[in-house]
Ligand binder design. Sequence first.
Ligand code: HEC
Length: 187
Amino acid sequence: MKKVIAATTVVSALFVATAFGHGGATGVVKERMDLMGNLKSAIKILVPMMKGDQEYDIEKVITQSKIIQENSGIHMTKGFPKDSIHGPSEAKEEIWSNWDDFQKIANDLNKLAIGLEKAAANPFHKKGQMMNNSSMMGQSMMQMGQGNMADNMNLDDMPLDQMPPNGVFKMITQNCSACHTKYRIEN
Ligand code: HEC
């Protein structure tokens, strides 16, 4: 009898660990939270380099761009099957009533990350400096980025590969926020 109880305790302990691991998320919700976590880690590595607080390393930027690519677009949207809100999920129902828009933002992130990979070796955009055409373009791109570019920009028309990497990076962080503002419950 004792043995049975002990075994039951172990099983339920295991169950609790699975059910409440990662804030209680399971299944597809946990998977997409992990995917978002990968994105967060990539951004965390890139921020100090993009801000100039840490030495800029082209190879590191390329590696993180690839991680963002692998966690965006279809890789991201497949983590959101219809009406999959359960447990601690912060996803909004609007995702599925605006699926095309949601998908576009996820695909834009993928395009931006490809853009960052290609732009990784470009010179930086410096504030208030317009030395040549390419940095001037960076400037106007940055200004365009101030608006809600995620909504009304076609990234295919943008020469991301010619932009300063910190300009493309800024668009990436704006993309994350644009989607979260619309489709993630703030807490
Ligand atoms: C197309 C929409 C979309 C894009 C783009 C997006 N996210 Fe998210 N993100 C979400 C949604 C929706 C959730 C909530 C998921 C849930 O709780 O079920 C979320 C949740 C998260 C979380 C919390 C995960 C957890 O453990 O609860 C983090 C961190 C995160 N996103 C980071 C990022 C970063 C960084 C980027 C940009 C590089 C990004 N996201 C881009 C939609 C998006």
